[in-house]
Design a protein around this ligand. Sequence first.
Ligand SMILES: NC(=O)c1ccc[n+]([C@@H]2O[C@H](COP(=O)([O-])OP(=O)(O)OC[C@H]3O[C@@H](n4cnc5c(N)ncnc54)[C@H](O)[C@@H]3O)[C@@H](O)[C@H]2O)c1
Length: 345
Amino acid sequence: MATKKIRVGIIGCGAIAERLHIPDYAACDQAELVAFCDNDKKRAKAIAEKFAPDAAVYNDYKALLKNEDVDAVSVCMPNKFHGICSIDAAKAGKHVLVEKPMAMSLAEAKKMVAAAKKAKVHLLVNQSMRNYPAHKKAREIIASGFLGKVLHVSGMCGHEGPEVWAPNAKWFFKKKDARFGAMADLGVHKADAIRYITGKEISEIRAFSGTLEKKGTDLEDNFVSSFTFKDGGMGSLAASWTVKGGMTNYTIVHCEKGTLEVLLHPDKPLVARLHDPLSEIVFTLPEAPILYKDSWGLDIGGAFIRAILGEEEPFCSGEEGLKSLAVILAAEKAADTGKSVKVTV
Ligand SMILES: NC(=O)c1ccc[n+]([C@@H]2O[C@H](COP(=O)([O-])OP(=O)(O)OC[C@H]3O[C@@H](n4cnc5c(N)ncnc54)[C@H](O)[C@@H]3O)[C@@H](O)[C@H]2O)c1
């Protein structure tokens, strides 16, 4: 029997589209790449030629959304377009996988969730780190109760800055296009990872943010915060665009019976340190499969397609993405006001 294929359109053909979304769909038997859009049409055309030469090419996403051959879209544009494009796509009856941070505000994120619900389409947010093998296994270990209650969590995500990731993407440094700097570019990943790994919700947060090195930007390149969880326990969450010597992306979960170190040591991605008897367990993780040459192997596109087909639960629904964004918005307010801010959704 022929497999049902979900026909996908890519909106915004930049770095993340080329390195994650498109290779994931190209590797997925149940997906077919049928349309590409970028306001730089040459870019859209070049990407189409590389991955799906017969696909339709657009420079206006609204024209792509009118294409009845498109069932689902990946929204991979600069942050300021995530909300409006996802809402338009849902209204056009397309399933949506939107990049993080899902929106510029909580109100916008809520409108996206409502639009998807009304149109009865899926809205997923690409909190891609949920698909890291170390994060999945860490979540399993914490949920099993093996280490007891979570008491204290430290999470940090940093790299040298978006200019290294996407050298031509000047929009990352402009508040009107990106709204946040390191705080949501990387901090929303870490807020989501902390929520995902611990299964706990952040209640209240205090924060500092500032620009230490980046020139010509009205956005923060560093951010630190401390928080409490709703059901007890506390932690810290930080993000930086000025980390040298490679990406840092750790989460340390201190529990009653020991500590789980997630992505702290490059050679040992997941380690549990036990209190009694004093010992260490180094977990072996499955290698991320190389699904398509040059892909990250996270299978985000495949997971979106399988959620649409009802074959698996969405890895990060709009409601889930909204909760992680709410943490960052509270942190931003805390940093701006110097006050402690409750996380509300
Ligand atoms: N989930 C992750 O791990 C991850 C990693 C990197 C980036 N991202 C997110 O992905 C999004 C895109 O980031 P990027 O690094 O690919 O940036 P990028 O600048 O490389 O790509 C954005 C693309 O959108 C196009 N574009 C801009 N305005 C448009 C419009 N009006 N219509 C159509 N196309 C338009 C640009 O020409 C560009 O090709 C950002 O929101 C970023 O935060 C997520």
